[in-house]
Design a protein around this ligand. Structure first.
Ligand code: AMP
Ligand code: ZN
Length: 114
């Protein structure tokens, strides 16, 4: 997807503040951090929303969570706790239409989220 911001990060056209990467997943710091740790974990393959996932993507989604676990460990927030969020479509606040798992931590989290 040539017009997708996060695909441009995967291709290297835009260079994010990368904290973790493997063959299928890229993780980088959110440019507008909402917590001391705010990392976005994305699949390298373009998938617009959760609604676009299919059965073949189940393993890939699992790898997003395994990357989130690794990021939390690296940032020292794993034991105290962290939150993962994936917004789906505009009504839930999705603004970049390439799925991404928010990893938030380093402060106390409120529930329910706004
Ligand atoms: P969402 O609103 O769930 O789609 O999340 C999109 C996230 O992407 C927001 O938290 C933005 O702050 C973040 N974001 C937008 N542009 C960039 C960028 N160039 N680098 C890093 N994060 C970004
Ligand atoms: Zn994309």
């Amino acid at each position: 997807m040539s017009d997708c911001l996060f695909c441009k990060m995967v291709s290297g056209e835009i260079q994010p503040d990368t904290v973790y990467e493997n063959d299928e997943v890229l993780a980088f710091r959110d440019i507008n951090a909402q917590a001391p740790t705010h990392v976005l974990v994305i699949p390298k393959r373009h998938i617009a929303t959760i609604n676009d996932l299919n059965d073949d993507d189940a393993g890939l989604v699992g790898k997003l969570y395994l990357a989130a676990k690794q990021v939390a460990k690296q940032d020292g927030i794993a034991d105290n706790g962290f939150r993962t969020v994936m917004n789906c479509n505009a009504g839930a606040g999705q603004t970049v239409f390439h799925i991404h798992l928010h990893v938030l931590g380093g402060r106390n989290m409120q529930w329910p989220p706004g």
